[in-house]
Design a protein around this ligand. Structure first.
Ligand code: MG
Length: 304
């Protein structure tokens, strides 16, 4: 099993996007800076999408402008089309992520065009990103099931992955967008992906919607992913499962990996402090379990 896993923190985008309220820009910036201070080096900081559709991300440019940029950090902007890509580059993102949905129906609902059009847009965007020195990566969304089409065949998932990989992305990710996946599926999809995409870095994105997120993360590590997405406190949700908890919590994931001897480069105490800060800032508790239970017990200072 891998000795090191890179964690991509998606709380500032995927997490906050699902919040009913809008976190003030200054608080978003503090959230991101705290995560970086805890050791995260790759963060999905915002998305460049229609602010009318996603008002939580309307301040994307201001967030980027307010960050104390570090050369060793990847500031990832999520984009869905060319306009978003141009905004992300102008705002100073040094990595862009694009999502292409394995289900054509879901792609149309989410992005207004079919999967084929999104793939075509991605191929163009990736080429331009390479040309301007911005690292492009891509996610195959709804790879484990779709709210509209139900089961998505592994053949279809791999076919979409092969097509998006033609753009020579930094990485191809597989996302369980609605939180339906189970570990055996993770093993199958990632094993097939490794065969179909030799030499391509793989990442995975899971949701804890049905409590399988952390088990899926384990399966993905065993299957050889280089990176996993997670969100501080486990914030975020799924627009098609309104009552569900969202992304796998970064603290819970770091705890599991560290105890397994897999290095993440993250300071768990600082991460937990960030989770506490997040709960106070949001004014509610978050789904993460480690924030309730704490880390591995520290022996008391004196036993006498
Ligand atoms: Mg998510």
């Amino acid at each position: 099993m891998s000795r090191a896993i890179e964690i991509v923190e998606v709380g500032p985008r995927d997490g906050l996007q699902s919040e009913p309220g809008v976190m003030p820009t200054a608080a978003k910036i503090e959230f991101i800076e705290r995560l970086i201070d805890a050791g995260l080096r790759r963060l999905e900081v915002t998305s460049f999408v229609n602010p009318k559709k996603v008002p939580q991300m309307a301040d994307a440019e201001q967030v980027l402008a307010g960050l104390n940029k570090r050369a060793d950090v990847r500031y990832v902007g999520l984009v869905l089309n060319r306009k978003g890509f141009e905004r992300a580059v102008a705002a100073g993102c040094n990595e862009i992520g694009m999502a292409v949905v394995a289900s054509d129906t879901f792609n149309r609902r989410n992005q207004g065009v079919g999967t084929d059009e999104s793939i075509a847009a991605w191929l163009e965007i990736a080429k331009e990103a390479h040309a301007v020195g911005v690292r492009p990566q891509v996610t195959v969304s709804a790879a484990f099931g779709c709210p509209f089409e139900g089961e998505i065949s592994v053949d279809r998932v791999i076919e979409v992955a092969k097509r998006v990989a033609e753009a020579n992305p930094y990485e191809v990710a597989f996302a369980d967008t609605i939180g339906v996946g189970v570990p055996s599926q993770v093993t199958e999809i990632l094993t097939r992906a490794r065969e179909a995409l030799p030499g391509v870095r793989l990442r995975a994105h899971f949701h804890n919607t049905r409590n399988t997120g952390i088990a899926n993360a384990y399966a993905a590590v065993a299957a050889g992913v280089s990176a996993l997405d997670s969100s501080a406190g486990g914030i975020g949700g799924c627009p098609f499962a309104p009552a569900a908890t969202g992304n796998i919590p970064t603290e819970d994931l770091v705890y599991m990996l560290q105890r397994m001897g897999v290095s993440t480069g993250i300071d768990l105490d600082k991460l937990l402090a960030t989770g506490e800060w997040l709960q106070q800032t949001l004014g509610r508790s978050v789904p993460g379990m480690l924030l309730k239970a704490g880390g591995f017990p520290k022996p008391s200072a004196q036993a006498a």
